[in-house]
Design a protein around this ligand. Structure first.
Ligand code: SDX
Length: 393
């Protein structure tokens, strides 16, 4: 018995690992971070609080949160030489290509992190990456837009700071709307960690060799980019625009069910959830709130999303295959309404997931029994045979 859920200790496999950070019950649609339900965290907490919880195991006291926020604020700036990284990219580079390269490149500025036996140094690097990701992600947006970078400001909260760095221009400061900042903060909470998903497993595997923690996170960024994983939020908005109107939904539902058609409903289905993704529920409410706030609640895209969800949830194929909306189904609608280009959506997922990647990496490093990862294979190739000289082939 653990966490008041039955836990089958009998299930062991070289592919699994032990962790105390996140618990998912895919059949029941349950997601807990250090025991706290995601719905309560999304509604009552803030992203910095959730970062403290995921990193250190407990929700912070007022003074602990103050220290945590102040420490982050000491590390939000990027070394000015990072500017030259960006000059090497084409202006129309995909933001995830730039993020993969620049997160890996950050490792060159902190060589000490490789041999940090000192937990304090390792924690500083965790905070350092958490602090710099918003600055890096905002710079990527500004580079794509051809606008001057906006530096972090210490008077802002984590989410407000990111919005300001993204949307302020030299001619006019961005007016940070507290309700939009709250929606951004909630988006970060909903994406913070999700136990051993593909990108987190990639970070653990890369880190298990003793690689630089920033390089291991860069490997996670690369994996998250795929449309089957974090890239689904961008792909889902593209799909909603492709469908375009409510009356075309049945045609696409049939395409999604056709085994010979590569089309899948982006934002639907999950490796673990065979019930409604608890994050998608909160995201759907947040989408309504943000669009209402911005006077966009009649936008056709939301109508298509709601009707697509309604029809799919009543369709026998999706019911039989236990396909429900996941975290990516509504998130793109929110980010699009706030003003982010859709190519930036997975960058924002990466920004939020950095705390999960770092916490899972540190948990693995702290485990004295940890060894280098080595997935096994079932060999199905040719049996042993002798070499044949080319003149005899
Ligand atoms: C994330 O792991 C995580 O935790 C990831 C994540 C996180 O926080 O880190 O939650 C974030 O990546 C969410 C998933 C985002 N991806 C998408 O929305 C892309 C669209 N969905 C899929 O491509 C798919 O559902 C996957 C990749 C998510 C899961 O694929 P699986 O493992 O094949 O799903 P499954 O085994 O449950 O599929 C059951 C059946 C299969 O058909 P059969 O082989 O049984 O005939 O349902 C089919 C699948 O082909 N199916 C779909 C479908 N998803 C699965 N059919 C139509 N549309 C879909 N979206």
């Amino acid at each position: 018995e653990t966490n008041h859920f039955t836990f089958d200790p009998g299930f062991t496999s070289t592919a699994s690992c032990e962790s105390q950070i996140t618990f998912i019950d895919g059949d029941e649609g349950v997601l807990l971070h250090r025991g706290y339900p995601i719905g309560q965290l999304a509604e009552q907490s803030t992203f910095p609080e959730v970062c403290h919880l995921i990193l250190y195991g407990e929700l912070p006291s007022t003074s602990e949160l103050e220290v945590f926020n102040d420490t982050i604020k000491q590390h939000t700036l990027l070394h000015t030489q990072m500017d030259r990284f960006f000059e090497g990219f084409r202006r129309d580079s995909h933001p995830m290509a730039m993020l993969t390269a620049t997160v890996g490149g950050l490792a060159s500025f902190y060589p000490g992190a490789m041999d940090s036996e000192d937990p304090a140094e390792r924690r500083l690097n965790s905070i350092r990456l958490l602090a710099k990701m918003p600055t890096l992600c905002a710079r990527i947006l500004k580079y794509n837009l051809g606008q001057k970078y906006v530096d972090p400001r210490n008077e802002y909260s984590y989410a407000e700071n990111f919005l300001n760095m993204c949307f302020s221009v030299s001619a006019e400061d961005y007016k940070v709307d507290p309700a939009i900042a709250k929606a951004m903060d909630r988006f970060f909470i909903l994406h913070a960690d999700h136990e051993q998903n593909a990108s987190t497993s990639t970070v653990r595997l890369a880190g298990s060799s003793g690689a630089h923690p920033f390089a291991a996170v860069a490997a996670g960024v690369a994996c998250l980019w795929g449309p089957s994983h974090g890239g689904a939020n961008e792909a889902c908005l593209n799909m909603l625009h492709q469908i375009g109107s409510v009356d075309r939904i049945p045609e696409y539902i049939e395409k999604a069910k056709d085994k010979n058609d590569p089309f899948r409903l982006m934002g639907f289905g999950h490796r673990v959830y065979k019930n409604y993704d608890p994050r998608a529920k909160v995201m759907r409410e947040s989408a309504h709130e943000v669009l209402d706030l911005l006077g966009l609640k009649d936008t056709p895209i939301l109508k298509v999303a709601m009707e697509l969800e309604r029809i799919a949830l009543e369709d026998e194929y999706f019911i039989d295959k236990k396909l429900y909306p996941n975290v990516d189904f509504y998130s793109g609608i929110i980010l699009d309404a706030i003003g982010f280009p859709k190519q930036m959506f997975t960058v924002l997922f990466s920004l939020a997931r950095t705390v999960g990647w770092v916490a899972q990496l540190n948990e693995m490093i702290d485990d004295p029994t940890q060894r280098i990862g080595r997935p096994r294979q079932i060999y199905t190739g040719a049996a042993k045979r002798d070499y044949v000289p080319i003149e005899k082939r």
